[in-house]
Design a protein around this ligand. Structure first.
Ligand SMILES: NC(=O)c1ccc[n+]([C@@H]2O[C@H](COP(=O)([O-])OP(=O)(O)OC[C@H]3O[C@@H](n4cnc5c(N)ncnc54)[C@H](O)[C@@H]3O)[C@@H](O)[C@H]2O)c1
Length: 451
């Protein structure tokens, strides 16, 4: 099939390459010339495991190309919208200006004289957006059928998740004939995936839009729930990692997403729950989602908590102390710094006068250009040299595997804050470190310690 992808960021570029790998002829359209040039030369503009190889392969195969010229998408049968929907400055609501611009581009450029084309919405949007886009297309007289097809990929696993999704959701238009055309075209596009038995759910526009924000709200709630339990553990001498394991055996609860730490971040969960609250307000059902305000607040408190833990270990003063932060990206296997808890903790500590050094295996370059004032170094050894406290804030495997004995020889004062609860406290205690986890015991003495 001929396919276009509008918006070639973390989602769109990967989606475009994956669609090409399914045998389709794909054109990715973006307004960012540098990004398009980079993608066309086989250099991913962001870090995502497996993406560089896939990009190379698909460019070489001749089925994938990127452009800034909207005229090039005219003949595609399916147009995936993958532009950003960030939080509006100073508000909870989503900024839909990029989606509106993408729709305008489609209306002006897609040629439906020989038959209808499908707009498949992948961006995460407030409920009601798809119907509104369908109305705009109808008013334009262009035969464009809007299907909302939310994306559930996880950064760090984007390639695998795109070609092996847990489920595929089509939010179809109310008109039955057009819904049928839309379904058939998307079925053809995803035929190879559907043949493997991946569940495909057919629903209407609002349900499909809600599925995505409901899923993210649930995940955010789960993380904030365990972080709230971590606060209770800190207050009582409990251990949240043991608590999580014990409740996780109940398969109604499950073990996933129950790791206490500095909380969630990134370009999705925080802004999605806020946009969901804003939309509920517009719809007059804000009370239904007031709990998300608390989910957000608990999450943000975890960042402050990590800062206070560091401060306490340094006797309440950052000035004159060297602080090493391991990890800047919002999660491992990504270079995405959007709303990153690690970065916010680092910035807070820096702004309170610490001699702060930060490192990250993938996000260092992005970090240097985003925050040139921060002292960004390339290795753990450089970061921790002479440090008074080390904070592990993004759980990269290489940080999980750190040897406490080796590291002990490099720091000035052996204080470690395990902001993701991924280290074995006993190993670090045995090597002479003062260990602090999030709601987690570290030996009988630490259990009684005030953090
Ligand atoms: N990143 C994820 O893991 C993920 C997962 C699921 C859903 N989503 C959703 O997907 C959407 C995109 O997210 P992202 O992380 O890829 O964002 P991103 O900022 O990385 O990418 C957006 C891209 O759209 C381009 N763009 C903006 N306006 C355009 C226009 N008018 N025409 C063409 N291109 C345009 C930008 O230049 C940018 O390259 C968001 O709604 C997000 O919530 C993201």
């Amino acid at each position: 099939m001929r396919i276009s992808v509008i918006g070639c960021g973390y989602l769109g570029a990967v989606h475009a390459a994956c669609m090409a790998s399914l045998g389709h002829q794909v054109i990715g359209l973006d307004v960012d010339e540098a990004k398009v040039a980079s993608l066309n030369s086989g250099v991913p503009p962001f870090y995502e495991p497996g993406f560089a190889e896939l990009l190379d392969e698909q460019l070489a195969g001749g089925r994938l190309e990127f452009t800034t010229d909207p005229g090039r998408i005219a003949q595609a049968q399916i147009h995936f919208i993958a532009v950003g929907t960030p939080q509006l400055a100073g508000r909870y609501a989503a900024d839909l200006s990029y989606v509106r611009a993408a729709v305008q581009t489609l209306i002006e450029n897609v040629d439906t004289s020989k038959g209808p084309a499908v707009i498949a919405g992948k961006s995460t949007v407030p409920v009601g957006t798809a119907r509104h886009i369908q109305d705009l297309c109808d008013e334009s007289g262009n035969d464009l059928i809007v299907v909302w097809n939310p994306e559930f990929l996880r950064e760090g696993f984007a390639v695998t998740d795109t070609v092996h999704p847990d489920r595929i959701v089509y939010g179809l238009p109310d008109d039955q004939d057009r819904a049928e055309v839309g379904r058939k075209l998307l079925d053809e596009c995803y035929a190879e995936l559907l043949a493997t038995g991946i569940p495909r759910l057919l629903t209407n526009h609002p349900t499909a839009e809600l599925v995505k924000v409901a899923a993210n709200s649930f995940l955010a709630t789960k993380i904030s729930f365990i972080n709230a339990m971590a606060q209770l553990c800190d207050a009582t001498g409990g251990d949240v990692t043991q608590l999580a394991e014990a409740i996780g055996y109940d398969d109604r609860i499950g073990k996933k997403f129950l790791r206490a730490g500095v909380g969630f971040g990134g370009g999705c969960l925080p802004k999605d729950i806020r946009a969901f609250m804003a939309r509920a307000g517009e719809l007059g059902v804000d009370e239904a989602l007031t709990f998300l305000r608390e989910v957000d607040a608990i999450n943000l408190r975890q960042r402050d908590k990590a800062v206070e833990m560091a401060s306490n270990l340094l006797g309440g003063r950052f000035v004159g102390h060297k602080v090493a932060v391991l990890g800047a990206a919002f999660k491992p296997n990504s270079d995405d710094l959007r709303d990153s808890p690690a970065l916010e903790v680092a910035q807070q500590i820096w702004s309170r006068g610490a001699d702060l050094v930060i490192t990250d295996p993938a996000a260092a370059d992005a970090l240097r250009s985003k925050l040139p004032n921060l002292n960004v170094v390339g290795t753990v050894a450089e970061a921790v040299a002479g440090a008074d406290v080390v904070l592990l804030l993004t759980e990269w495997q290489e940080y999980r595997d750190l040897d406490p004995v080796e590291l002990r020889a490099m720091v000035r004062t052996p204080n470690i804050i395990d902001g993701r609860n991924v280290l074995d406290p006993q190993r670090w205690l045995d090597a002479g470190w003062t260990y602090r986890g999030m709601g987690r015991l570290a030996g009988p003495a630490a259990a009684r310690a005030q953090v």
